[in-house]
Design a binder for this molecule. Structure first.
Ligand code: SF4
Length: 391
């Protein structure tokens, strides 16, 4: 029996500070209707000066990213923070696993703050360490564990990165997933298998569309079923063992909307993130990371028509930044990352004003053992040849 029952804590109401599910915000937040919020944020930022460095993820709200010193994807932001050792306080406008990565990569004199601890990531939360360790034992029972290299997406909790570091594995981003898989598949010769966490879509899309494996080479490990829902023979035959996780934002896009847009919008080009389901990626014109999407739109000629399958805040900003191009969202419904959106102006102001008063709130601190092992897996990624390391 390899299932692990875990309590499902509703976002914002849990008590587990190490979880992507977050905890209740204990702060005395300013009212969202306070007309002085922008002025208060500016004043607090100025008071903190170079002691403060604000990071803004591409999927964040406009009301928050207007205060970001730098914007980017999760890995770029963590590296940017590490490159500013004079910044004592890193306020990370993103989600929990990103703040963890920043804490791992920054120095001991830097403190990483997440303005709302309920800003977790539902995908990262789909692979919890007890579940992963149970799966690892099942691979041993099936006689294949020695052949399996664990690979985790950057979008995972620090303890999953540490698990990969302890077990000969690596971290990857959506930009370097192919290079990471090439490295992993070379570890044990032709018999190598990869167990990929937590996003089944990125793992499948990379293995099948970039590396030439077939869909039959891929199996899905469901942590809520005995033995992952797989037979021993299925585990022995598989090349890619995909964790049953997905992004709640990118998982929404569908070929139905792609077909409708192609039928109704002349010259539309479909541009999607590799966290989208396989059939959506297959139906797109271009697929790539957040940075790839931004650069592709920037480099496209005036008059281009794009339908983009990624988080709505980013698509809206791209649309406003390029009024000479038509930029559509690849879904009929509003589709923000709800946990990213937890970081709003009241939480941001509260975090900064607390720092001005000498109180560090919502610090994200990875324990030393986890940090050491996670760094091993991150360093293996940094040592990969060639490709960029952006997600
Ligand atoms: S967009 Fe998806 S992967 Fe990114 S933080 Fe939100 S749920 Fe997680």
């Amino acid at each position: 029996m390899t299932t692990v029952d875990l309590p499902l804590l509703p976002l914002g109401l849990g008590i587990d500070r190490g979880s992507e599910r977050g905890v209740e915000c204990p702060g005395d937040l300013p009212a969202a209707s306070d007309p002085d919020l922008v002025a208060r944020a500016l004043a607090a930022k100025e008071a903190l000066g170079s002691r403060l460095f604000v990071l803004g993820h591409h999927y964040q709200r406009d009301e928050v990213v207007q205060f970001a010193d730098v914007m980017g994807d999760s890995f770029k932001l963590a590296r940017d923070a590490a490159a500013r050792p004079d910044a004592e306080f890193i306020v990370f406008c993103g989600v929990h696993f990103m703040a963890e990565s920043a804490d791992i990569l920054t120095g001991p004199g830097q403190q990483v703050i997440l303005p709302d601890l309920a800003a977790g990531c539902s995908m990262a939360d789909m692979a919890r360490l007890p579940q992963v360790e149970a799966a690892w034992r099942a691979l041993a029972d099936a006689g294949v564990q020695d052949l399996v290299v664990p690979v985790t997406y950057m979008n995972s909790s620090a303890d999953i990165k540490a698990f990969c570091g302890r077990n000969g594995g690596v971290v990857c981003t959506s930009s370097n997933a192919e290079t990471a898989l090439e490295w992993a598949f070379a570890e044990h010769g032709d018999d190598t298998k990869v167990m990929f966490f937590p996003d089944q879509h990125l793992g499948r899309n990379t293995a099948v569309l970039k590396m030439g494996y077939s869909l039959d080479d891929c199996v899905v490990w469901n942590p809520h079923l005995p033995n992952g829902g797989l037979t021993v023979d299925e585990l022995r035959d598989a090349k890619m063992i995909l964790w049953k996780g997905h992004c709640s934002v990118h998982g929404r896009f569908s070929t139905k909307v792609v077909d409708e847009l192609r039928a109704t919008v002349p010259d539309v080009q479909i541009l999607v993130h590799p966290e989208c389901p396989h059939e959506v990626v297959l139906s797109a014109d271009l697929v790539g990371s957040t940075e790839f999407i931004i650069k592709t739109v920037e480099a496209s000629p005036s008059g281009s028509v794009w339908a983009i399958g990624t988080e709505l805040n980013l698509v809206q900003r791209l649309s406003r930044a390029h009024p000479d191009k038509t930029i559509l969202f690849l879904d009929k419904d509003v589709c923000y990352c709800s946990t990213m959106n937890r970081i709003d102006l009241p939480h941001f102001v509260w975090a900064l004003e607390s720092l001005v008063e000498g109180v560090v709130v919502n610090r994200i601190e990875v324990d030393p053992d986890t940090e050491r092992d996670a760094l091993v897996a991150l360093q293996r990624m940094l040592d990969l040849p060639g490709k960029t390391h952006k997600d």
